[in-house]
Design a protein around this ligand. Structure first.
Ligand SMILES: Cc1cc2nc3c(=O)[nH]c(=O)nc-3n(C[C@H](O)[C@H](O)[C@H](O)COP(=O)(O)O)c2cc1C
Length: 307
């Protein structure tokens, strides 16, 4: 399946692995790129030195292109933005803000810029600033979310911009991928499915929770304070939602979730950790290698699309 995204990124299959905080480190990114997709290292709030190290480790594992997700609200965003240039990174996805101030530097260095957007207005703004593509992310996704569903957001963004659109949120097999392509997307970005992959350096307890999740097992915390996050229901979400209902302050809620993604990913604390995962977790019943995920997804999509 050749699209403007496979061209832009120099990849075999139009499948991008989400740059997930804590989860998307060098092993996962390299495995997805080696499988013919596009792997991303999740920058999150990590320092520039850590990101540089992650990039170099990924380079040891793959000679295929991969990218970095730059979290623009990170206190280290300025340095990380420079590191991706110095390390010759093929593309960045950006979240939590506008990448405008880095655009000139990245463009000059030939780094492709792909902001993650949750609305038509933001997609148009990013195109105006010179983005090469956008990820239109629906609220089915795991992690930080907007308010539109993938089904409604993707075609509206496709109609509004002329740069290629990557659909994210709720894609975990070839059916979802084919559906996204039918909506006009030219690639998909996949998060939750890759958390439950062999290569993801994620505690087994967390992977197991995804494998066992049912369709209705995710919750959205943080609606009241404007920071909605989709996670699997557990002790932490029950407490969080109760406190939200009782009108707890942002600070109190922040305190409850301090370091909670790390707790889930590294310590396997499935009671108090933040088990970020999308609604599609209910459809994931096994842990597979990235190669199996990418190849099966693409083959099923091609079959359905009669390519
Ligand atoms: C554990 C986890 C952490 C995530 N962290 C980030 C992040 O740091 N930056 C980002 O842009 N997206 C992040 N996301 C969103 C993914 O990159 C991707 O867009 C999303 O998971 C796609 O939806 P899906 O989970 O239904 O596949 C995260 C998702 C998960 C599941």
């Amino acid at each position: 399946m050749k699209t403007r995204i496979t061209e832009l990124l120099g990849i075999e299959y139009p499948i991008i692995q989400g740059g997930m905080a804590w989860v998307a480190e060098h092993k996962l990114a390299a495995a997805v790129s080696n499988a013919g997709g596009f792997g991303l290292i999740g920058g999150a709030s990590a320092s520039a030195d850590i990101i540089r190290e992650e990039i170099r480790k990924a380079k040891e594992l793959t000679d295929k292109p991969f990218g970095v997700n730059v979290m623009l609200m990170s206190p280290h965003a300025d340095e990380v933005a420079k590191v991706v240039v110095e390390e010759g990174i093929k593309a960045v996805t950006t979240g939590a803000g506008s990448p405008e101030k880095y655009m000139e530097m990245w463009k000059e260095a030939g780094v492709k810029v792909i902001p993650v957007v949750a609305s038509v207005a933001l997609a148009k703004r990013m195109e105006k600033y010179g983005a090469d593509a956008v990820v239109a992310e629906g609220c089915e996704s795991g992690g930080h979310i907007g308010s539109q569903t993938t089904m409604t957001l993707v075609p509206q963004v496709v109609d509004a911009v002329s740069i290629p659109v990557i659909a994210a949120g709720g894609v975990a097999d070839g059916r979802g991928m084919a559906a996204a392509m039918m909506l006009g997307a030219e690639a998909v970005q996949v998060g939750t499915r890759f958390v439950a992959s062999t290569e993801a350096v994620v505690h087994d307890n967390y992977k197991e929770k995804i494998v066992k999740a049912k369709d209705i097992d995710s919750e959205v915390t943080g609606m009241s304070n404007g920071h909605p996050i989709r996670v699997l229901r557990n002790k932490m979400t029950r407490e969080y939602l109760k406190m939200e209902k009782e009108g707890a302050s942002f600070e109190e809620l922040e305190y409850l979730t301090l370091g909670s993604l790390r707790k889930a990913v590294v310590e396997g604390d499935v009671m108090n950790g933040s088990l970020m995962a999308g609604q599609i977790a209910g459809m994931i019943h096994d842990i597979k290698s990235c190669k199996e995920i990418v190849e099966e997804m693409n083959a099923q999509a091609e079959k359905l699309m009669k390519l």
